[in-house]
Design a protein around this ligand. Structure first.
Ligand SMILES: Cc1ncc(COP(=O)(O)O)c(C=O)c1O
Length: 384
């Protein structure tokens, strides 16, 4: 079977370094918010650049949630995001007590459509006034959203921006790393991410030192110093074993992102059947291919065909958020976000991870070409 991902291949490359660093933390006797966490925060902030501060937390979801709280989002407020994101983007909005509003996405980038965003913000600002608080653009699959118009809209309508960079470690927009482009940014270190821990983890980036201090309190029961609680907080902390592992793995992040890019290029070169729409790098973006997502009208048949030929492909994500049962209460219906709904029926994520071999990519591409060839020409997808 060619797996969708295989972290054991990565571990076999790094086993010695990882085991040594874990031992080092165990011997130090300090396990939560210790020296390794601080070292990792500094290293990650430096990696993202643009004078950011980094605050390590328990997960990407928590990074989004605490950013929303720091931005002043509270019960009864509204936050805009994309309907085709991973559900935790929206769980974080719910955790902050706010309600999600959605804006449809661009068919080619898979990211929030800035013209539709402007229309929605204009309308909702009229209806909701100050209750419309923030926008969470998602850098989906490892490619930046089109940030310039989003920032312009946020400035004009006095909204905060929280980048959801959970899938985009190392991705760039106009030469700057994502995570440094707005008021706050959230990254996830879930094991399968481009930079992943050996458990849950996340980090928040901000350029504002006062916000960084507030976020440090929010993650640690609201305390300014031990047992002095200045604000109401949470428990969302990174542990030192995860930070130590992340420090080891960070050294390889650029090399691994380069390898992901090579794999993406190889897929794009070898998949020759025009019935398959391949992902494209948008202008001004450096894509880090957390996922390589193709589109095909008979997506489910293709997925089953690959599975029966020993290839695991997945769908990110089969049901847009507004059609998930948990969000029925919002009252959205079919066709409210037609592009996201159409994409959900056509997308298929092919295996991509740094240790995937070229021979495996070749096998997958060959299978896809063979299968796509079976379908008639009038079933070709139309690109917008
Ligand atoms: C786009 C997006 N946002 C948020 C998250 C949440 O991150 P975590 O799983 O670390 O809570 C994820 C991770 O799956 C994600 O892909």
């Amino acid at each position: 079977m060619i797996p969708f991902g295989d972290l054991s291949r990565e571990y076999s490359e790094l086993a010695y370094e990882i085991e040594q660093t874990i031992k080092c933390v165990c011997r130090s006797g300090w396990f939560v918010l210790g020296k390794k966490v601080e070292e990792f925060e500094n290293a990650f902030a430096q990696y993202i650049g643009n004078s950011t501060f980094a605050i390590a937390v328990g997960s990407g979801t928590e990074a989004l949630h605490l950013s929303l709280v720091a931005a002043g989002v509270q019960q009864g407020d509204y936050v805009i995001t994309a309907p085709n994101t991973a559900v935790p983007t929206v769980s974080a909005i719910s955790s902050a007590g706010a309600e999600p509003l959605f804006v449809d996405v661009d068919e080619n980038s898979f990211n929030i459509n800035p013209s539709l965003l402007r229309e929605t913000v204009k309308k909702q600002k009229r209806d909701l006034g100050k209750k419309l608080k923030a926008i969470i653009p998602v850098h989906l699959y490892g490619q930046s959203a089109d940030m310039d118009p989003i920032i312009e809209i946020a400035r004009e309508f006095n909204l905060k921006i929280i980048e959801d960079a959970c899938q985009a470690h190392g991705a760039e927009y106009k030469g700057c790393k994502v995570g440094s482009l707005a008021d706050y940014a959230a990254f996830s270190f879930y094991p399968s991410k481009n930079l992943g821990a050996y458990g849950d983890g996340g980090i928040i980036l901000t350029k504002d030192p006062a916000e960084a201090e507030k976020l440090k309190m929010l993650r640690n029961y609201g305390q300014e110093k031990r047992y002095y609680h200045k604000i109401i907080g949470f428990n969302s902390r990174l542990d030192d074993i995860q930070a130590a592992i992340l420090l080891v793995k960070m050294k390889y992040l650029d090399k691994w992102n380069e390898r992901r890019k090579q794999i993406a290029n190889l897929y794009s070169e070898l998949i020759t059947n025009s019935k398959i729409i391949k992902p494209s790098e948008q202008p001004h973006c450096r894509h880090v291919f957390h996922l390589y997502v193709v589109r095909f009208l008979q997506r489910s048949e293709l997925q089953n065909y690959l599975e029966s030929n020993g290839v695991r492909a997945m769908i990110h994500y089969p049901i847009p958020i507004h059609k998930q049962q948990a969000y029925n209460y919002l009252g959205f219906t079919e066709n409210d976000f037609p592009v996201a709904e159409k994409l959900a029926k056509e997308i298929l994520s092919l295996p991509i991870f740094p240790q995937l071999m070229n021979t495996e990519v070749e096998t997958i591409a060959e299978l896809i070409n063979k299968f796509a060839g079976v379908f008639a020409a009038d079933e070709v997808l139309q690109i917008a």
